[in-house]
Ligand binder design. Structure first.
Ligand SMILES: *Cc1c(COP(=O)(O)O)cnc(C)c1O
Ligand SMILES: [Zn+2]
Length: 414
């Protein structure tokens, strides 16, 4: 990979060769991919992008850690819409708001960006089996992308994972273990099994390439905004890999000279599980584990494995942290669906819940342009969605009854 210099430990600074199955540093720290931006600038610029037909995440391959002759594997990931949400911007009292709907990816979450990278690297490294632990979306996206790439999967999710995600996993043919315990215990079991059987490891904190896949979301945002960086980008945060990836994409765009400043990241966590935000707020990397008290399952991560990269991303972007209650997440889910037509899963709308709270508290400047990322589709978790909205009107095939039922609800039919 001529574009990659090496891997560098975010904790101790040791460097390693960027092999396809690299994991963590000897010190236990996670590794970051260091690029040769001087070289990249000679092969990558706005015109290269403009003339490129590839509409997937791989259109940014000069900024991605794959060998020059590697054929990308997996499903058709990326190019998700960036909606101009003027009405919501008016309600929130900011100049411009864009909603980046990553729930439209092939398995309906942003995790596809990491999983497509993972299966590509696994095949590059010559593996035939790939494994991960996940709160649900990393798992279902890995299973889908692996199915497309002809890899076998072993997957570990907490027993509480929503049924939609379990259905995806079983349909994609994963060898699925629903672990009786917390996400932390799920991760530990996957780690033991991966060590014992030597599978390719798609755990985001262990595998240095996954945040590089996720970063394509911010590369896309910048290109969709014609290289005018917004003031803020809001992201929901669990393990921390996503926000680290969002930052990395912005850092890349800055270093190849395609944006002039790096947007401030808004890190949104659930009040019932916010170890990364607590540490970032105290400007320290020294985070403390928490319980997993939120119904937003994808961000219920009490022991975040990517905390270090995530906290760096928040601090290096001069970011803001905000925590939201489950009720605020429920409200944001209805709000975003009704006002924008974007139906996100609970963790998927958490960024917007946090942004809304910051706007209501007057913390975001009125002339700001903000992008809020929706990280997962609402159909993943039907049960919590149904509990979060009114029931339909029920009627027999009878116009009077139909009208009566609406009248009972105080809705005028017109
Ligand atoms: C995984 C996930 C997140 C958070 O990403 P992390 O890398 O765990 O911080 C947010 N929303 C959804 C829908 C997710 O699946
Ligand atoms: Zn180290």
């Amino acid at each position: 990979m001529k574009n990659v210099k090496h891997l560098k430990c975010v904790r101790c600074g040791s460097t390693y060769k960027a092999t396809a199955d690299a994991t963590t540093c000897e010190c236990g720290g996670i590794l970051d991919v260091v690029y040769d931006y001087d070289y990249i600038k000679t092969i990558f610029n706005k015109d290269v992008l403009k003339s490129r037909d590839d509409q997937t995440m791989w259109r940014y391959r000069e900024l991605l850690p794959i060998e020059e002759d590697t054929a990308p594997q997996g499903l058709r990931v990326g190019n998700s819409p960036l909606y101009n949400a003027d009405k919501v911007a008016r309600i929130l009292g900011i100049k411009k708001l864009y909603i980046k709907d990553d729930g439209v990816n092939p398995t309906s979450s942003l995790k596809d960006r990491a999983s497509a990278m993972a299966v590509t690297k696994a095949i590059e490294a010559g593996y035939s089996t790939i494994a991960c632990s996940s709160t649900g979306n990393a798992a279902s996206s890995l299973a889908g992308n692996a199915a497309a790439a002809n890899l076998k999967t072993y997957i570990f999710v907490p027993e509480r994972a929503p049924k939609g995600k379990i259905a995806q996993l079983m349909m994609f043919g994963a060898n699925l273990t629903a672990v009786k315990g917390s996400y932390e215990e799920t991760f530990e079991l996957s780690k033991k099994a991966i060590e014992k059987y030597g599978w390719y490891n798609r755990n985001a904190a262990i595998n240095p390439y996954l945040s590089e896949g996720k970063k394509t979301v911010s590369l896309e945002i910048i290109e969709q905004l014609e290289f005018n960086a917004p003031e803020y980008i809001a992201v929901s945060v669990g393990d921390g890999c996503t926000i680290a990836g969002v930052y990395k994409g912005l850092y890349d765009m800055y270093n190849v000279g395609l944006i002039k400043k790096i947007p401030r990241l808004i890190s949104v966590q659930a009040s019932g599980c916010c170890p990364i935000n607590v540490a970032a707020k105290n400007k320290t990397n020294d985070w403390t584990p928490q319980e997993e008290n939120t119904y937003a399952d994808s961000i219920a991560v009490g022991v975040p494995r990517n905390a270090h990269k995530a906290i760096n991303a928040i601090l290096d972007s001069n970011g803001i942290t905000v925590n939201v209650t489950d009720d605020e997440i429920r409200e944001a889910q209805r709000f975003l669906a009704k006002e924008c037509g974007v139906f996100g899963e609970p963790a998927g709308v958490t960024a917007t819940a946090g942004l809304k709270k910051l706007c209501e508290n007057g913390i975001i400047e009125k002339d700001a342009t903000v992008v809020s990322i929706v990280t997962g589709n609402g159909l993943k978790d039907i049960e919590s969605a149904i509990n979060n909205c009114p029931s339909p009107v029920y009627s027999r095939n009878d116009l009077d009854e139909f009208e009566n039922e609406f009248q009972k609800r105080g809705i005028k039919i017109e």
